[in-house]
Design a protein around this ligand. Structure first.
Ligand code: AR6
Length: 204
């Protein structure tokens, strides 16, 4: 219902920059990366990324919010994926798409972030969540995608480093997606993200 094309009103976005350099063989057209504040379930984008767990059967945080607002169609497809492709669960760092149900998006892309560990460097797995989700989105033909700050809640990843890993991963990619939003849930996280993103800003 309502105007599906409209932007989430309370959200002011910061454009960080354009991720792709447009070297030989590429289109020479960049990806716009934006920081926004708010609830990711309100994002009007083609693909919304879910910070899921390997079970794909739901949980708290972003996962709980997406299933609550998106309705049972999402869980139904997740169950089907468990009995077909992912009998042992979706591995950490990978991503898979389902319907977005009643969300104002076309797809939910479920990815499983690593639990933070002070002893083991799991940052490559965290970056993989962003790159594989983006690849899944591009394969679907999505032009816009919204990411939550994966692993920074229940999985305890420090927020500043979670932002650093997200932006590092996204800036390294070449993709057919036009707009990437990193959705920060609260003002404090937004401030952290604004600080970390300073080092990524450059002239387009
Ligand atoms: N919109 C945007 N961001 C949100 C929202 C929302 N509606 N809700 C929370 N956040 P988390 P994880 C922020 O815990 O750390 C679940 O139980 C939150 O403040 O959702 O990857 C899954 O089933 C935090 O900054 O995901 C897994 O078991 C960020 O989103 C486990 O949690 C991620 O927090 C995954 O933990």
């Amino acid at each position: 219902a309502g105007n599906r094309a409209s932007r989430t009103p309370a959200v002011a976005s910061t454009v960080i920059g354009w991720a792709t350099a447009g070297s030989a063989g590429q289109k020479g057209r960049g990806v716009r990366i934006e920081l926004v504040t708010g609830d990711i379930t309100a994002e009007h984008v083609d693909a919304v990324v879910n910070a899921a767990n390997s079970s794909l059967l739901g949980g708290g945080g972003v996962d709980g919010a997406i299933h609550r607002k998106g309705g049972p169609a999402i869980l139904e497809e997740c169950r089907a994926l468990r009995s077909s492709r992912y009998g042992r669960g979706l591995p950490v760092g990978q991503a898979v798409a389902t319907t977005a149900g009643r969300l104002p998006a076309r797809w939910v892309i479920h990815t499983v972030g690593p639990v933070f560990s002070p002893d083991v460097d799991r940052a490559p797995l965290l970056r993989s969540c962003y790159t594989t989700s983006l690849a899944v989105a591009a394969d679907l033909g999505a032009r816009s995608i919204a990411f939550p700050l994966i692993s920074s809640g229940v999985y305890r990843w420090p927020k500043d480093d979670a932002v650093l890993q997200a932006l590092t991963a996204l800036h390294a990619e070449t993709t057919s997606v036009d707009v990437i939003r990193l959705v920060l849930f609260d003002e404090q996280t937004r401030r952290i993200a604004e600080q970390v993103s300073e080092s990524f800003k450059h002239d387009p």
